[in-house]
Design a protein around this ligand. Structure first.
Ligand SMILES: C[S@@+](CC[C@H](N)C(=O)[O-])C[C@H]1O[C@@H](n2cnc3c(N)ncnc32)[C@H](O)[C@@H]1O
Length: 339
């Protein structure tokens, strides 16, 4: 058993917050990427969101994993699990337990921007699963996946919690193509996606009565204040969440209650907000089975199984690389596809 944690978010390779703030707050339509919502406080708020009555995705995905992890273990025979955006790995334990019970589990490789979470989770899992090696990557899954070690056996790459929905469609397909290259020939992708449903149900999940999601959303301004010496007043921004029916995604925004000027001292930047001007902090795309299969195909992946919960709220797909066409050389005539 061993626990190794490597951080790629050190000095000179930070989480790109400065660049993202500079790019995102100087555009006509202001925007910050959702990864900056998750410092330690943000990660704790997200865990509270997962337990809210309105937030069905966690419960639904947990129910699928509780029922299907044994099948996933049998289908993959996985020796290792790479988890992208692992958080507290609360649900992944169901998968790890099934693999441990099947006797194949050797290694867990969590990847997340939140360092404390990787370290705490790594230590906890190593204690819970005797003989498990943990290789944690503190990094950005859009930039640091090249630091993952090569597979040591059949590998599952898991991205749970609907995190894939945070990408816009083109970026999502590019990302999935990159993930496909991490699988190896006998690996599989395990991807959790929130499904399209009644917009009122989706909107309630992102705008809970207790105001936890609002606090989570405003936390991004606290992160910018702390890391870049900015003077945002988070309470002067309203939390906005709505379902965009055309794109079939949720948007989370922060709306300035009045006209204001914000200074980001660390960047020497001054930003003006008009009254009711909005800053987008997250999109969360919702999927139909057809959209999911098309995305997978564009990344040269094919579904082995698509599991859903009993209310069809959430989907969990297991996918594998599409077998590459095998080519044989033919004399002087280039290549022909083998039968
Ligand atoms: C929606 S939460 C899901 C957490 C957990 N997988 C679950 O299912 O409950 C997204 C997670 O991805 C992480 N994350 C978001 N963007 C990331 C990025 N670009 N690179 C690495 N981790 C990221 C966050 O820190 C957070 O833990």
């Amino acid at each position: 058993m061993s626990v190794t944690v490597r951080s790629y978010l050190g000095v000179g390779d930070d989480s790109s917050l400065g660049d993202d703030v500079l790019d995102g707050l100087t555009r006509p339509f202001k925007e910050l990427p959702p990864k900056h919502l998750y410092d330690r406080a943000g990660a704790e708020l997200f865990d509270r969101i997962c337990e809210l009555p309105e937030y069905y995705p966690t419960r639904a995905e947990r129910a699928i994993l509780a029922e299907r992890s044994g099948d996933i273990a049998a289908l993959t025979g996985a020796a290792e699990v790479v988890e992208l955006g692992s958080g507290t790995a609360a649900k992944s334990r169901l998968l790890l337990s099934a693999l441990a019970q099947a006797g194949t589990l050797r290694r867990y490789l969590p990847v997340d921007v939140t360092e404390g979470m990787i370290r705490d989770t790594g230590d906890a899992l190593a204690a819970e699963y005797p003989g498990l090696d943990v290789h944690g990557i503190v990094g950005d899954f859009e930039r640091h996946l090249g630091h993952l070690p090569a597979p040591t056996g059949p590998r599952i790459v898991a991205m749970l919690g609907g995190t894939i929905g945070n990408f816009t469609p083109g970026a999502r397909r590019r990302f999935l193509r990159g993930v496909g290259r991490l699988l190896g020939p006998d690996g599989a992708l395990l991807l959790g996606v929130d499904l399209v449903k009644d917009p009122a149900r989706i909107e309630a999940a992102y705008d809970d009565g207790a105001g936890v999601t609002a606090a989570f959303n405003r936390n991004i301004l606290r992160v910018v204040n702390r890391e870049l010496e900015a003077d945002f007043e988070p309470e002067r921004f309203d939390h906005v969440a709505f379902f965009d029916r055309e794109h079939e995604w949720i948007e989370m925004r922060l709306r300035a209650q009045q006209r204001m000027t914000v200074h980001v001292a660390g960047l020497g930047l001054t930003v003006g907000f008009a009254k009711r001007e909005e800053l987008r902090t997250e999109i969360s795309a919702k999927f139909t089975p057809r959209r999911l299969v098309a995305d997978l195909a564009a990344a040269r992946l094919e579904p082995i199984e698509l599991f859903t919960d009993s209310d069809a709220l959430f989907g969990l797909t297991l996918a594998r690389p599409v077998a590459a066409p095998r080519f044989r050389a033919t004399r002087n005539r280039g290549f022909a596809v083998a039968a």
